[in-house]
Design a protein. Structure first.
Ligand SMILES: [Zn+2]
Length: 322
């Protein structure tokens, strides 16, 4: 029995998984990662034993736990390092904090790396060089090279959200200007949507805003699919900016596939189409000749299953409980 945990910027997901990575039970709830580790870790310490008990699983049957977090991770230490989305978590001892609820080995990694592990497992090693992009509150990239996850020399490989898309662009939470994340991830899409609604340029978004006080990225997607020109322009703009960064990655890395996941990826077909168009326009012909850009397989469960893959692999590699 494995435990997969996906700590997102705005959500907390827990899954109990069989060794074949089939999901036995799953629990999801909203959570604000910026509130710091205290409240979220306290919830995990309550939820995990409760889930095990509900499913009749004794705690000592947990083989390993995999945890994904939305920031750069020092994998060996199992700690976040200067995470822009979650400053209160810097160097926090996540593993030690869960010791009181399980004796099983606990492995922590960046959420997008876990998505890449999930895709790698799903593809059964049929493709060996690919990228997985997560677009949600932030933007990150998991890199698979020769069939293995590539973490880089210090673990921050694929932290593409802070690549500059426009030097004159808006200030990012990392302190720099015009990062692709600040211009194209969910908060930017919402800000553009709110502006279009409040200025009256988008009657459809204005109606949605009137009904609920605060728009979400999914509202802009729904308005776009319903034919609202302003909402459509926002979705395309986000896709084009991300595609511009991906084009550089494609020229540099020459992947055979790029899988797009995360909450914003479900915003509508125009998003993926804009990414494809931008990548094809800006990449070298040889790099894009056989390149496929598609939605991540396994959908919203990619990260949770990836957490299970991490737990399984690392437990086998380390030869049992640490
Ligand atoms: Zn930034």
């Amino acid at each position: 029995m494995l435990v997969g945990i996906d700590i997102g910027a705005t959500s907390l997901d827990i899954a109990l998984l069989r060794p074949d990575l089939g999901i036995i039970a799953r629990h999801a709830q909203e959570a604000d990662v910026q509130a710091g580790p205290g409240p979220i870790m306290a919830r995990l310490r309550t939820l995990l034993p409760a889930m095990l008990a509900q499913n009749g699983i004794a705690p000592d049957r947990v083989l390993a736990v995999g945890i994904g977090v939305p920031g750069p991770v020092n994998f060996a230490a199992g700690q976040l390092v200067n995470p822009p989305l979650m400053p209160g978590w810097d160097s926090y001892a996540i593993r030690e904090d869960l010791r009181e609820v399980t004796d099983a080995p606990i492995f922590v990694d960046n959420d997008v790396n876990l998505m890449a592990l999930g895709v790698l497992w799903r593809q059964r090693k049929q493709i060996e060089n690919f990228l997985v992009i997560k677009v949600g509150t932030g933007i990150g990239c998991g890199i698979v090279c020769h069939g293995e996850l590539y973490r880089g020399s210090t673990g921050s490989a694929g932290d593409i959200g802070h690549i500059c898309a426009d030097p004159e662009g808006p200030l990012c939470r990392c302190g720099n200007r015009g990062c692709v994340e600040a211009m194209a991830a969910a908060p930017a899409i919402v800000a553009m949507g709110m502006e279009a609604a409040q200025s009256g340029r988008s009657p459809s978004l204005a109606d949605r805003l009137a009904a609920k006080d605060q728009l979400e990225a999914a509202d802009i997607g729904a308005a776009s699919r319903a034919g609202d020109a302003e909402a459509d322009a926002i979705v395309r703009r986000s896709g084009h900016l991300i595609g511009q960064v991906l084009a550089a990655l494609v020229n540099f890395y020459n992947p055979s596939h790029i899988f797009i996941g995360g909450g914003v990826s479900a915003i509508g077909p125009m998003f993926l189409a804009a990414i494809r168009q931008s990548v094809n326009q800006r990449s070298l012909a040889l790099s894009t000749r056989h390149l496929e850009i598609t939605s991540a397989p396994l959908g919203p469960e990619t990260g949770l299953i990836g957490a299970g893959v991490l737990a399984m692999r690392e437990a086998l590699r380390s030869g049992g409980p640490a």
